[in-house]
Design a protein around this ligand. Structure first.
Ligand code: HEC
Ligand code: HEC
Length: 337
């Protein structure tokens, strides 16, 4: 009976996403099958992995709490976190209380971020006492008999693990290096900020790589748009031309500084849109205004603003036939400055 992380049920709350702890598996109704751990997940919207979560295993033997215990979470996109629970918090989890812990990682340096983990004691109580006989069938229902589990708070927690009191026990600061796991170099696939034709574009790709050993070296592999270059430091730049519009795929490779070096390759999508057409104010003046106000250079309307022109079109009878967009009027006003 393997505990499957795929079965985690996610629920959003607060600015960070708290994740309900929900065990999964097909029950065998044989008490001999022992679950050894339970999990909790966290999630947050953090660049470069727009939304990611971690799970962490808490052995039932730690419930009850006699000492501070650290756990390292699962690895997501090349990094993991450490959470630490005090004896008081583990004791409260045993009672069915909820515990909130935060954990930060500065790894990689470009993506330091914090997760908020919610651990629901009631879920752990269910998994440690009821799961082996009932799989998930009796989650959220009242306990089978009054002796199991022993505490009233646990009975309450079995029925509603997510609404139990929050532990007020002291928290402990996790030690980042606890149970260090190798952080696999990874490169997230991403749609980059769009580029506009005729406009210089630059964006650093560094935040999209995680794990491995800094510094990274970047290179473009495969075909890529001719207007674009990628520096070894991860800066993508160039000026797309009018023929470069559309979705462009840039296949990028990142190499870390480990020996031997690790590499990761992924595609970035870069959408190039056409720049707004340039409006020629001087030409519009010739077509629309010159015959009454003279050539542009010596126009009697030099220095007029777009608002003044708009108002004249609305009020001067001989100008009433003029039909221009506000962008065109602005271009004429600019030409008249
Ligand atoms: C040693 C095995 C075992 C354990 C442990 C166990 N149960 Fe049961 N439970 C049973 C059996 C067998 C029944 C009777 C058949 C059935 O209803 O599935 C039962 C019945 C129930 C029922 C009544 C069925 C109903 O709908 O009236 C509930 C509710 C229940 N269990 C909840 C729990 C909870 C909650 C826990 C954990 C605190 C738990 N059980 C622990 C074996 C177990
Ligand atoms: C058919 C002739 C005619 C055309 C074409 C015309 N105007 Fe005029 N415009 C006038 C007349 C007549 C007035 C009122 C007298 C004056 O102020 O020169 C006027 C007034 C104005 C005024 C307000 C008075 C002032 O000096 O601030 C502005 C501004 C102006 N025109 C700008 C323009 C611009 C810009 C165009 C081209 C988009 C244009 N006009 C096209 C005839 C014309």
């Amino acid at each position: 009976m393997k505990f499957s992380l795929k079965c985690m049920v996610l629920a959003a709350a607060l600015a960070l996403v708290l994740v309900n702890l929900t065990g999964c598996g097909e029950g065998t109704n044989t008490p001999s099958t022992q679950l050894t751990a339970s999990s909790v997940s966290s999630s947050s919207a953090i660049n470069p992995v727009s939304s990611h979560s971690h799970s962490v295993a808490i052995p039932f033997s730690d419930l009850g709490g006699t000492r501070t215990v650290s756990y390292r979470t699962s690895v997501t996109s090349g990094h993991s976190h450490v959470i630490a629970l005090s004896a008081g918090q583990l004791s409260d989890l045993y009672k069915g209380y909820r515990v909130l812990v935060t954990s930060s990682t500065s790894y990689p340096a470009t993506d330091s971020h914090t997760h908020l983990f919610e651990i629901q004691g009631g879920q752990l109580v269910y998994e440690s006492i009821c799961y082996n006989c009932h799989s998930n069938d009796k989650r959220g229902v009242s306990q089978m008999n009054s002796s199991q589990p022993p505490l009233q708070s646990q009975k309450n927690a079995l029925q509603s693990p997510s609404t139990q009191p929050l532990s007020s026990a002291e928290s402990v600061t996790p030690i980042f290096t606890y149970g260090t796991t190798a952080q696999t170099l990874a490169l997230a696939t991403t749609t980059l900020t769009g580029a506009v034709t005729g406009t210089f574009y630059s964006q650093t790709l560094t935040p999209y790589a995680t794990g491995g050993t800094l510094p990274y070296t970047w290179s473009i592999t495969g075909s890529y748009p001719a207007w674009l270059t990628l520096s070894a430091g991860g800066l993508i730049s160039g000026t797309p031309t009018a023929t470069d519009t559309g979705n462009q795929t840039v296949t990028v490779k990142v190499t870390d500084s480990a020996n031997p070096a690790a590499t990761a390759t992924n595609n970035f999508i870069l959408v190039v849109t056409a720049s707004a057409p340039v409006i020629d104010g001087a030409a519009l003046y010739i077509t629309n205004c010159e015959r009454c106000h003279g050539v542009l250079a010596s126009s009697s309307k030099r220095g007029r603003s777009a608002a003044q022109i708009t108002s004249a079109i609305g009020s001067v009878g001989s100008m009433s036939g003029i039909s221009l967009t506000s962008a065109q009027i602005q271009a004429i006003a600019t030409a008249l400055q």
